[in-house]
Design a binder for this molecule. Structure first.
Ligand code: SF4
Ligand code: SF4
Length: 551
């Protein structure tokens, strides 16, 4: 690990793992097809002749800062373990019914209740979406194209952060879903979504495919491919909107909102009703259910995973019974009790842990060396096949087996008479804050570490498109990160330690509930709590190591 931390050579753009910068794994056999694609310049895809090689200094925090953070992390972990020991001995506190209704807040409440609020979110994103598609299809095919810069440095991290902070509100602003809505208004068969779509497997499979493709095709540096990805998702929303009712694509298929929808369970706001008795006794028409385009029913909504906070239910309710409830971060993760037998969501949580870690590790300067070692072990040459094998093994199979095993070990003896799958389903949500924290920390690197490159690239492109030279950035702009490595590292560690705290809080609540009586969970809680500490400390080490930029 010392060797890893000391490797602070200047780094270049990172392309797909296992390839030199600006070479695309998997493109060898595709060059004929790709060459015929409109707007596609193979020189930009292959040897990088058309790209601008930006050299960045490696983003490495000072060793003294790393040591300080590690000390704080171990101190926090010890404090949390002592707190968990105490908390697992005490009975569960009675539920409080007090809540905040954000819709009652002056100004903000009025704005949220207004139908115009949704358009305030949708219109700007639709304009940016059109710009990205046009710039991606028609602009220069290199890493300075605003289509790739806006998509991968701004959009992707912003979507992830918005899910954590404000549930699925991004889905109100999302241009894919909105274009699907427009198409549906023109014509739709209006079929009910089939039962086969109603699980997380589709969304998980498509999320893994999307993550795999972004690397295999190096979409971070391929504007044409990025534009077509946006168009493909939009066509998916349009097609399903024309065949099925309401937002079938967003609810059951979307690879972006589907898995990240689980993050909405950590959000501090959710939809609820003031009084369920009013719904049962005084409301015949159930207008909220008719208004909801996500097939939800406000009085029975258990969590925010499949609600985009569009507030159509609140506007439709004739009894003003729907509220936007303020809650503690992560309360839904602690309170949710899965009823279904499927392992889909537990597997998705494990994949969040694994994929976040894997996608961070492949950006390390040390990765090519590790990859060639794995290549030697497996006798598979570096490239797309080796990447696919390691991605699926380390991103999905190993984390799913590990989370299931730790969940099983954290069950009491009586519970173990059940089965490992039951433990996996019930305990998986404890692990989500850890994956969510690493995902946030990873994207701090893109948003803040590469944000300067994005603004410089955007100004350069606008100057070139408009012919207005004053818009161009100064020479060398964007090469240096807006934030110093120590500040960025500290921000990343705050996210990781926040995730550790949340995992303990959710863990203690779930373990106490599952054990039935106070004190019973104490003996078995250690595997899950120690895993949380080990995963967090390991991630601090990884983020302290030199890491390449994509742009
Ligand atoms: S419309 Fe209002 S009162 Fe009727 S079921 Fe929905 S939330 Fe309850
Ligand atoms: S439950 Fe309400 S806020 Fe949530 S998606 Fe349905 S209509 Fe929108």
């Amino acid at each position: 690990m010392d060797q890893l931390l000391q490797n602070s050579e200047p780094v270049q753009h990172v392309d797909a793992p296992g390839t030199p910068p600006h070479e695309h794994p998997g493109m060898e056999g595709m060059s004929g097809d790709m060459g015929s694609m409109p707007g596609h310049d193979m020189s930009a895809m292959g040897g990088g002749a058309a790209t601008t090689p930006h050299e960045h200094m490696a983003m490495t925090a000072d060793p003294s800062v790393v040591r300080l953070v590690l000390g704080l992390a171990l101190g926090l972990a010890l404090g949390l373990l002592l707190w968990a020991r105490l908390a697992l001995r005490t009975p569960v506190a009675a539920e409080t019914t007090a809540h905040t209704n954000v819709l009652d807040w002056p100004v903000i409440g009025g704005l949220l209740r207004s139908r115009a609020f949704n358009y305030l979110l949708t219109v700007p994103t639709l304009i940016i979406f059109l710009f990205i598609v046009l710039a991606g299809l028609l602009g220069q095919q290199d890493t300075t194209n605003p289509a790739t810069l806006l998509t991968w440095i701004l959009w992707w991290p912003a979507v992830i952060f918005s899910f954590m902070i404000l549930g699925r509100i991004w889905c109100v602003a999302c241009p894919f879903g909105y274009v699907g809505d427009l198409a549906q208004r023109v014509f739709s068969f209006g079929l009910k979504p089939p039962q086969i779509l109603k699980n997380m497997w589709w969304r998980l499979g498509l999320f893994l495919t999307l993550t795999w493709l972004t690397t295999i095709w190096n979409l971070y540096g391929w504007p044409w491919g990025t534009a077509w990805l946006a168009l493909t998702l939009t066509m998916g929303a349009v097609t399903l909107g024309v065949i099925f009712q309401k937002r079938t694509f967003c609810r059951y298929v979307c690879p972006v909102g589907g898995v990240f929808g689980l993050y909405a369970m950590a959000s501090p706001v959710r939809i609820a009703v003031k009084d369920k008795n009013i719904c049962q006794r005084n409301c015949e028409d159930k207008d909220c259910a008719q208004a909801c385009r996500w097939f939800e029913f406000a009085p029975t909504l258990e969590r925010s995973t499949d609600c985009n906070l569009c507030l159509d239910c609140a506007r439709a309710c004739p009894h003003d019974n729907v509220i936007l409830k303020g809650q503690f971060l992560g309360s839904e993760l602690a309170e949710f009790q899965p009823h279904r037998k499927s392992l889909d969501e537990a597997t998705a949580v494990a994949a969040v842990l694994g994929v976040s870690l894997f996608q961070t590790v492949v950006m390390l300067n040390a990765w090519p060396q590790w990859e060639s070692t794995v290549s030697g072990w497996l006798h598979i040459p570096s490239g797309p096949i080796l990447y696919t094998v390691t991605f699926l093994t380390l991103g999905l199979v190993v984390p799913a087996a590990l989370v299931a095993a730790i969940a099983y070990l954290s069950c009491s003896r009586e519970e173990r008479r059940g089965d490992i799958f039951r433990a996996f389903r019930a305990y998986a949500y404890i692990f989500l804050p850890l994956g969510l924290a690493l995902h946030a920390a990873h994207n701090f690197h893109h948003l803040f570490g590469e944000g300067g490159a994005m603004w410089a690239g955007l100004r350069r492109a606008l100057a070139s498109y408009t012919g207005w030279a004053a818009l161009a950035p100064p020479e060398g702009a964007g090469l240096v990160s807006a934030l110093g490595p120590n500040t960025l590292f500290l921000m990343q560690c705050v996210a990781l330690l926040g995730g550790l705290y949340l995992a303990f809080w959710v863990g203690v609540t779930v373990l106490r509930r599952m054990a039935g009586q106070p004190g019973k969970a104490l003996a078995t809680a250690m595997p899950v709590l120690l895993f949380a500490v080990v995963y967090t400390v390991m991630n601090i080490f990884i983020l302290a190591a030199p890491m390449a930029h994509r742009h």
